[in-house]
Design a binder for this molecule. Structure first.
Ligand code: NDP
Length: 342
């Protein structure tokens, strides 16, 4: 089998030399385990954090270890009663052509219910993240204004479409005119601001002020940086900020390092949270898998009927996964980034 290993820990943005293509024997499934031939794998921003040796909610990938990640493929051998060869399953099989996982750690995917790639995006972890964060911590109400960045990605597009369905004004932030067009025309955002067009937080703030004339009630935090600095002064009293991610700072290591002059902003940020009585709630979706069936019950039919749209960006071949991942961290992906492995 072929896999991609972490060749060394990146300094700042990952480069080619941080990854290595490797071959090793296909593992045999042990007691209760299932062997899968991977068809598609997911690339997600959290993988950048796993490449560092910093304290976090998950253990780092060891140097020489297989890059971690979720993927979907066909069962080719099973020692678990719930899985048989020919079934399709999602699991954390890593950046690899094959993977073994305990049957209780993977879930069946029915190709009759739509493209299997949906299990990596709109009906998988990222879609679930958008749904959970918005409904639990955002608590959108009709007439409120919601801002979300990385608006055309699987998390942001879920947040935007669900908030719109609940009667909110939804303003996206995305990188470049093409993505902004996609946010409005494909995902139905009311407006979308191109963060690349604004030189600094001040310009971002002015653009947000005209796009959100009634202030901002919910800021779904995906990117931090300039967007966060622009949003905070516009937050309404009692506003909610589900803190989901901060991708613009991921390459800054454990954030003790320079995170773009943001440390100077700390007193101002903290004061805004107090004065505006903001509810700021960090969450990690892996704590909430017990709500996944509820998510599928609500959102599955919306996807099946075409009411909820999704866009996928497919890179071809496992060997191209590192380049596609570097592109994701720079915003080169258009929609959910997946890799076609076979
Ligand atoms: P996306 O597919 O949207 O990809 C990431 C996007 O982030 C890029 O396409 C780019 O979009 C944007 N981006 C990258 N760098 C910057 C930057 N410097 N400034 C502003 N935007 C930038 O990702 P996902 O939808 O999968 O994830 C979105 C966020 O949710 C991430 O922060 C991720 O870590 C987080 N997340 C958190 C989870 C949790 O459990 N808390 C679970 C899953 C995801 P653009 O070009 O439009 O700016």
């Amino acid at each position: 089998m072929t896999r991609v290993i972490l060749a060394r820990r990146p300094t700042g943005a990952p480069v080619d030399e941080d990854f290595k293509l490797d071959t090793c024997p296909i593992p045999d499934p042990g007691e209760g385990e299932v062997l899968v031939r991977v068809h598609y794998m997911s690339l997600d921003p959290y993988m950048r954090g796993r490449m560092d040796d910093a304290k976090s909610y998950a253990t780092p990938i060891p140097v020489g270890g297989t890059m971690e990640g979720g993927s979907v493929g066909e069962v080719i051998a099973s020692n678990h009663p719930d899985f048989a060869p020919g079934d399709f399953a999602f699991g954390m099989f890593g950046w690899a052509t094959h993977g073994v996982q305990p049957g209780k750690m993977i879930r069946k995917v029915d190709p009759a219910h739509g493209p299997i790639t949906a299990s990596l995006g709109v009906l998988g972890m990222p879609g679930f993240t958008g749904w959970y964060g918005l409904t639990q911590y955002g608590q959108p109400k009709e007439g409120e204004t919601v801002v979300v960045a990385a608006a055309t990605g699987p998390v942001g597009s879920m947040v935007g479409q669900l908030a719109k369905a609940r009667g909110c004004r939804v303003v996206g932030v995305a990188g470049g005119p093409e993505k902004c067009k996609m946010a409005v025309e494909t995902f139905g955002f009311d407006d979308c601001l191109d963060h690349r067009a604004y030189a600094d937080a001040k310009e971002m703030r002015e653009a947000l002020a005209s796009a959100c004339p009634k202030g901002i009630d919910i800021y779904f935090e995906n990117v931090a940086g300039k967007v966060l600095e622009g949003v905070l002064p516009r937050m309404n009293v009692g506003g909610r900020i589900p803190v989901c991610g901060m991708i613009s700072w991921y390459n800054a290591g454990a954030l003790g390092a320079d995170a773009g002059g943001t440390k100077d902003q700390l007193p101002k940020m903290w004061r805004t949270i107090l004065v505006n009585r903001l509810h700021v709630h960090g969450f990690i979706i892996s704590d909430h898998w017990n709500s996944f069936p509820e998510f599928l019950r609500e959102v599955g039919p919306m996807v099946a009927s075409g009411k909820l749209k999704f866009v996928e960006d497919v890179a071809e071949g496992l060997e191209n996964a590192p380049r596609a991942f570097m592109g994701l961290l720079e915003g080169r992906n258009k929609g959910k980034q997946v890799v076609k492995v076979i």
